[in-house]
Structure formats: C-alpha cells, structure tokens
Ligand binder design. Structure first.
Ligand SMILES: Cc1ncc(COP(=O)(O)O)c(C=O)c1O
Length: 389
C-alpha cells in the first residue's frame, strides 16, 4: 500500500479547478471538483453536436465512449473488452444481478457498511427467492474478512461488498474475501465507487469477477457515467435478463426478433449514453491518470493523516482505522448536530458534509495542509460559539 508522501508537485493541479480558488473544498467523497479539462470536454461535445447534428456520433462521440472505457480499464488494470459503461452504478449492478442464476445458489452475502444501492439489487430479488445475508462490522469501522466466512457457503451465488467503505473510509481486504468466495464456488463483486482514483486497484491481483464504479467522486468526472468490469472468463456465459440495443452484437442491423449479446462486457450496455457526461468524465479521468493513482493516494494519505491528527488534538473522536495504510480520504468526526456545523462552515466558504452524528471531511490531492488547519480551526470556533449560545 502506498505511504503518506507530500508530493508538492501535485499542487500545480489546483489551477485546473476554479472552485478551489473560491472555496475551501473538502467534499470530494461526494463530488469531485470540476476541472478546466472537463469544461473543455463538455464544450467540445456541444461544438460537435452543433456542427454535425446526428453525425456527431461519427465525428467524436463514439470515439469518446471508447476512450472512456479505455481510461477506466487502465485505472483498474483490466482489458478494454472487460469494461462497459452504464448511466449509474445502480443500473450497472442491476444488469449483473439480472444475469446470475439463483436456482441452485440463492444466497447473496453483503455487509452492513456497504452503500445501500448495492444491497437493494438483491433485496429487490427476495420475492424471486434470493436470500440476502449481511455480515456486521463489530465497530462501524473495520470488517475482518473472516466474518464473511461465517456466511459464505455452497449456497452462496455472490459476495458483493465495497473496496472502500463510505461509512468509515476503511480499505477492505478484498483479496481475502474473494478467496473465501471462490473457495465456496461463489462470485465476487466489488463496489469500488469510493476507491477508484484515490486508492490503487488491480482487478487481477484482487481476483474479483465483477467491479462497479463511477465518475462522480475521485475520478473528477461529474454525474451521469458509471462503469462495470466483467472478468474475461465470465463473458461467454453471462446472459443478462435485462437488455438494450447498445448491447446487441449487430446493433445497427435493427433486428427486432432476435437478441444476440455482444461477446464483450458491452453486452450489458443498454441505451443511448449521456454524451456530455462522457466528455466530462474523460477530462477528470485524464487528470487522475496523468497525476497517477499511486501519487494521488500518497498525497491524500499525507493530508488525511494530518487532518485526523489535528481533530484528535482537539479531543474529538474520529471514526477511522488506526492503521494509516488502511485509511482512505473519508474522515468522520463524531460531533453533535453536524448539519448545523456544515451550514456554519458554508457561511465561511468551507464545504464539507455530514451524516447523522458525523461530520465528514474528505481532502483530495488538490487540497492543502493549510486548508486542513483552516477547517479544524473553523469547527473549533463554531463549537465554541454554540457552547456560548
Ligand atoms: C460506494 C457507493 N456505491 C454506490 C453509490 C451510488 O451510485 P449511483 O448513484 O451511481 O447508483 C455511491 C454514491 O454515493 C457510493 O458511494
């Protein structure tokens, strides 16, 4: 795992993000900042549309989709034909969920700290006989891989869980969970939405069968585009029971009476993609690839460790792993009425977020130690004012 390293050279990217000149932006876990590159990409999208009308598809739009798949494939160590696009992670998950056979194996194992949309795919299938089982974190931070072993058995079709937990920032030991799943003949699916871009990942090293992620957060690409990875060996037999014309092998033959899926992962693609989002996403992914996920992770870890140390110095309880190399850039501070603090910070031009009982701060590589100091000082002042009120 990468160490904490300052990487001051990454600060040159601050000029790419006009938002950072106006605000202290510490909320990338929810939405990455908008870059000049994404804005230029969206301007190109409009230019091509305006110039060519429907022929825009052949004058850039189709190529941009191919580029998005390539960018994502290189971020996760996959081959391009193993990657498909989707409008959201929820939609990508629905395709995968539709393709599995629950007749012989009806159990799906998840954890209680995953993002809810992951579980919803299989909870929605309970009336078809699917059984969801949830392993429970002992402390709301960690998830020891052995806990999965207590639920996974020869009735398990799939294990689906997060690489990085949005609830605590903990980086889960996916390889160990995948080994338990595979030993029992189950598939392994990873939700990497809170990881891709900020934490290096390689689907082959982690031995996962499916991975979903999107561009909203650490990939700096905004809303409207997500990805699904399907391991090459599964492609020939994987047959979704939801479909669209973009997944047809002979899409432009327009055959109405026969559905033949593409041989690649694009078999799960459904309908016309939101092209502005694809352009914006490529701008963001271009920056992440250029800066390198390893360097981003090292700098983000440097900032996160500093932020946690500052919060603890104030006597606040931080919900984060003790071991720095298991942390990601999602820092939860236990504080009363966090939404009030968020609002008071907004009034000071500082953007963070909250969940019940928790203030959430997420520095990214484009943030600075000074911004960490500023947000901690501001919170302390706001708490002091609340005490006096
Ligand atoms: C870990 C994780 N998975 C999934 C989602 C939801 O993805 P989508 O809205 O694209 O379905 C989020 C969104 O915040 C998330 O943090």
């Amino acid at each position: 795992m990468p160490l904490a390293v300052e990487h001051p050279e990454l600060l040159t990217y601050r000029d790419e993000f006009p938002l950072l000149q106006r605000k202290t932006y510490l909320n990338s876990w929810a939405l990455g900042a908008l870059s000049q590159r994404s804005m230029q990409g969206m301007a190109r999208f409009m230019e091509v549309w305006n110039e060519w009308g429907a022929h825009a598809w052949y004058h850039g739009w189709m190529d941009e989709i191919v580029q998005a798949r390539k960018n994502f494939a290189s971020l996760i160590g996959a081959q391009v034909h193993e990657v498909a696009i989707a409008p959201s992670v929820s939609a990508a998950l629905s395709s995968i969920a539709s393709a599995l056979d629950y007749n012989t194996r009806k159990k799906v194992v998840l954890s209680n700290m995953d993002f809810p949309t992951l579980a919803y795919q299989w909870l929605a299938k309970e009336r078809l006989g699917v059984e969801c089982r949830f392993v429970k974190s002992p402390d709301g931070i960690y998830m020891p891989p052995d806990l999965f072993a207590t639920e996974i058995d020869n009735q398990t079709a799939l294990v689906a869980t997060s690489h990085v937990y949005y609830t605590s920032g903990y980086i889960q030991d996916i390889r160990s969970v995948a080994d338990i799943a595979h030993k029992n003949g189950a598939y392994m699916l990873v939700d990497d939405y809170q990881g891709t871009g900020q934490i290096p990942i390689n689907v082959n090293t982690l031995d996962v069968d499916f991975l979903v992620s999107g561009t909203l957060k650490w990939l700096l690409g905004g809303p409207g585009l997500a990805f699904v990875y399907i391991r090459e060996g599964l492609l020939p037999s994987l047959a979704p029971t939801i479909a669209g014309w973009f997944g047809h092998r002979d899409q432009f033959q327009f055959r109405v009476d026969e559905l033949i899926f593409r041989p690649e992962a694009t078999k799960v693609e459904m309908g016309t993609p939101a092209m502005a989002a694809v352009y914006a996403a490529n701008g963001g992914m271009d920056i992440v690839l250029e800066a390198s996920v390893k360097s981003i992770c090292e700098r983000t870890r440097y900032l996160t460790n500093d932020l946690i140390a500052r919060a603890r110095e104030r006597g606040w309880t931080v919900r984060a792993p003790q071991e720095p190399d298991l942390r990601s850039s999602i820092v939860m501070i236990e504080l009363d009425e966090p939404q009030e603090i968020v609002n008071a910070l907004i009034a000071r031009n500082i953007v963070v977020d909250s969940r019940p009982g928790l203030l959430r701060i997420s520095p990214y590589f484009y943030n600075t130690i000074e911004e960490n100091a500023l947000v901690i000082e501001a919170i302390a002042e706001i708490l002091e004012q609340k005490k006096k009120a």
